[in-house]
Design a protein around this ligand. Structure first.
Ligand SMILES: [Zn+2]
Length: 419
């Protein structure tokens, strides 16, 4: 992706000066192509990745790639079977809306208007602390380690009757992939609903009384900040390696379970799915692993949800081997079937469900596999939210509430069936 950055950034990168400060990547005129790779060799995908500005769904056999106007011909020469699914990415980024910084001068529980726009990272921390401040006897802010650049991985812990830490855990992660902004908003919506409805909604009350919730809306804060300052389509963390000028590990290919298996991640630091040099060597990962292990040692993990976008999938283990069937596959499928129906009932959004590897693509070192196998979670899922590629990662702000509301119904269904 280096070719379209400004000359000054290139120079800074080459010289290795401290933290190159890029101007924002301008995607005006860039196109999104959907490539049918079928059983194409890995080398075709690697060549595509070198030409494309970003691969949006690395690993899939129909690959969505962002391409500069100058590179369209080169991509079509490599993969003749391709269609344009977005003529001007710059235009759809404009449709996403500006980052809105709400007026926090009056400290109060955030209102639903929070979910009508995207926000700067600092405001997300303020949202969590304001929400927690409204319900001090049944919530607290926690951190799960620290990012490469020193940001705390910040979450909110919510409990009901019986007090803090007395029930099995429901652990929810958002924004492990930095560009998946709808997941920050949706996981915050979960926390907001659980706390603000507890007092008067019997269903919510019973579910909050049943589990301890640990929700981290942005487990990749450095990447998230980078998507807001520099490159809206950044996916990984911001960790460097001495052997390459490329930056970032894919935190969801770095978990220390089946990390070493080949085929579900990349060993190239320039790839969107770079797995890292050693299992669990991303600082973000160390903090998340420690928290999972501590929850396991406590009351155990009843449910884990890793919230991603896009594609509209509910997926369960395993990612690393397409032939394996997880021991509680039938229950996982049954719960997912009900959740997909609950989501669809809100406004017709269709989800595809199935085991991760055979339904979507192979992934090694993924959170769902680790938290199923090592974290000993009863139920472990990846959810891929809206859409199926029309807007991709930059869903218009007008879709935040509809997405959050339908996904909330999916969560309620899942919680009710996970007992
Ligand atoms: Zn993702």
């Amino acid at each position: 992706m280096r070719f379209f950055l400004s000359g000054s950034l290139l120079l800074a990168t080459v010289l290795g000066t401290a933290v190159p400060r890029a101007e924002k990547v301008d995607y005006t005129g860039f196109k999104v192509l959907r490539l049918s790779l079928h059983k194409a060799s890995n080398s075709i995908e690697e060549q595509v990745e070198k030409i494309a500005a970003h691969v949006l769904n690395p690993g899939k056999s129909t690959l969505d790639v962002v391409v500069s106007p100058d590179s369209v011909a080169a991509i079509k020469a490599l993969v003749p079977e391709s269609i344009v699914i977005n003529e001007d990415l710059g235009a759809s980024l404009a449709e996403e809306g500006e980052l809105v910084s709400p007026d926090f001068s009056v400290s109060a529980v955030p209102s639903e208007t929070w979910f009508t726009a995207y926000h700067p990272y600092a405001d997300h921390l303020k949202f969590l602390s304001d929400l927690q401040g409204g319900f001090p006897s049944q919530s607290e802010i926690f951190t799960a380690g620290t990012s490469v650049q020193g940001r705390a991985l910040t979450g909110i812990h919510i409990w009901g009757s019986g007090g803090k830490g007395s029930k099995p855990a429901v652990l929810i992660h958002g924004t492990v992939h930095a560009r998946e902004w709808i997941t920050t908003m949706t996981t915050e919506y979960f926390a907001w609903q659980l706390l603000t409805k507890y007092a008067f909604d019997a269903t919510v009350k019973s579910l909050v009384d049943k589990y301890d919730y640990y929700i981290i809306p942005a487990v990749n804060p450095d990447g998230f900040v980078y998507t807001q300052t520099t490159d809206r389509l950044w996916r990984k963390n911001r960790q460097t390696v001495s052997s390459s000028t490329c930056v970032g590990r894919d935190i969801n290919r770095n978990w220390p379970y089946k990390w070493e298996v080949t085929g579900g991640a990349s060993t190239s630091p320039c790839s969107e799915t770079y797995k890292g040099q050693v299992a669990g060597d991303a600082p973000e990962n160390k903090g998340l692993v420690a928290q999972v292990n501590s929850l396991r040692a406590g009351k155990g993990i009843r449910l884990y949800l890793d919230i991603h976008s896009y594609g509209q999938y509910i997926l369960w283990p395993y990612g690393y081997d397409c032939s394996l069937v997880v021991h509680n596959s039938a229950q996982l499928r049954s719960i997912a079937t009900s959740a997909a129906a609950a989501i669809k009932a809100v406004s017709g959004t269709s989800y595809t469900i199935g085991p991760s590897c055979s339904t979507l693509y192979a992934t090694t070192g993924s959170s769902v596999d680790y938290i199923d196998a090592t974290g000993n979670a009863t139920y472990s899922y990846t959810w891929e939210l809206r859409d199926t590629g029309t807007y991709g990662f930059q869903l218009p702000a007008s879709q935040i509430q509809p997405t959050a509301r339908e996904t909330w119904q999916g969560l309620l269904s899942t919680l009710q069936n996970a007992g």
